[in-house]
Ligand binder design. Structure first.
Ligand code: FAD
Length: 285
């Protein structure tokens, strides 16, 4: 099923993300975690794409195994380190597996700065996917602005270019203050971008994760969130419980404010996904 058709119903949806293994020996455990999450019957599940494309086969394989379990898969695809040939070979594999949804991304610039020059921006990849078949295409957006963007206005202008190139929906980078999203949505709609915006929610369950988030510049941590980390950060079980509760509260507030698409960065953790899903059982059916 195409995700744009799922979103067109305009009802609250809950979806989850998994990431593929870096090495073959981890494949089985990732596949197992993905199938546990699939049992929660999400609206769809996304499978990320390893930077550089070296693990692209795992992305396709896990997406295909989710489809076989009856869950709509969304396969991510990045282009900055890929040749046109590589991109088309992945698209051909997705088509062969009947995978209809692609999240088209540029990908981060590698630390050594070496990039393939077939693509510079995600908008170019989107246009190419659009011309390559009947895919439903998603893209990334950044309520706090992308780290490289000069300012939010330009970033939103470039988001518009992605929509004009053919993307059907966008998913946000994680955020911990819903007001940032509401303000962003206002600006996005004002620019004439009308595609569905899916809110990306990260349940923060341990301190290492918070350190990673802080090192990714730009993500604002509200005082309310910092207080949780201060109080529970050195108690892993308490931090996990509080992190899941924080994410769940964010989701309830979003749905109350008619942000219907909720995508949880579930980080291959079926127990985290299950706790969120169960806490929302009367809110998202
Ligand atoms: P783009 O949309 O191309 O934007 C990149 C930057 O270029 C922005 O600052 C933008 O404002 C600017 N820009 C765009 N067009 C122009 C233009 N014409 N002229 C000048 N500037 C321009 N990474 C992975 O490696 N694998 C994944 O699976 C993955 N999944 C993700 C899922 C989501 C929901 C999100 C939010 C991010 C994901 N990422 C993933 C990270 C993403 O690849 C990085 O954030 C990357 O740096 C930007 O990708 P993009 O597709 O947003 O790029």
């Amino acid at each position: 099923m195409k995700i744009r058709d799922i979103l067109a119903k305009n009802e609250p949806t809950l979806s989850f993300e998994v990431f593929p293994p870096k090495t073959e020996d981890k494949y089985e455990s990732v596949e197992q975690a993905a199938s546990e999450i699939a049992k929660l019957n999400p609206a769809f599940m996304s499978v990320t794409y390893g930077a550089g494309g070296g693990t692209s086969q795992y992305t396709v394989d896990i997406a295909a195994s989710l489809k076989a379990k009856g869950v709509t898969p969304l396969a991510h695809l990045t282009c900055v380190s890929s040749t046109r040939e590589k991109v088309h070979s992945v698209l051909d594999q997705l088509k062969a597996q009947g995978i209809e949804n692609v999240l088209a991304l540029r990908g981060d610039i590698p630390k050594d700065g070496k990039v393939e020059h077939d693509y510079r921006y995600a908008s170019e990849l989107i246009a190419e996917i659009k011309a390559s078949g009947d895919f439903c295409i998603g893209a990334a957006c950044y309520p706090e602005g992308h780290v490289e963007s000069v300012n939010k206005t330009e970033d939103i202008q470039h988001l518009k270019e992605k929509v004009e190139a053919g993307c059907d929906f966008v998913t946000t980078q994680m955020f911990f203050d819903n007001n940032i999203l509401y303000n962003y949505l206002y600006r996005v709609r004002e620019k004439g971008i009308t595609v569905p915006v899916i809110a990306g929610i990260m349940p923060v369950t341990n301190v290492a994760q918070i350190k990673r988030i802080c090192s990714m510049s730009g993500t604002y941590l509200p005082a309310r969130f910092k207080a949780i980390v201060d109080r529970f950060g050195d108690n892993p079980a308490a931090m996990k419980q509080a992190g899941i509760a924080y994410a769940t509260e964010q989701i309830i507030d979003l749905i109350a404010n008619h942000v219907n698409g909720i995508h949880v960065y579930s980080m291959n953790k079926p127990d985290v996904a299950a706790q969120i899903k169960n806490s929302l059982s009367e809110i998202i059916r």
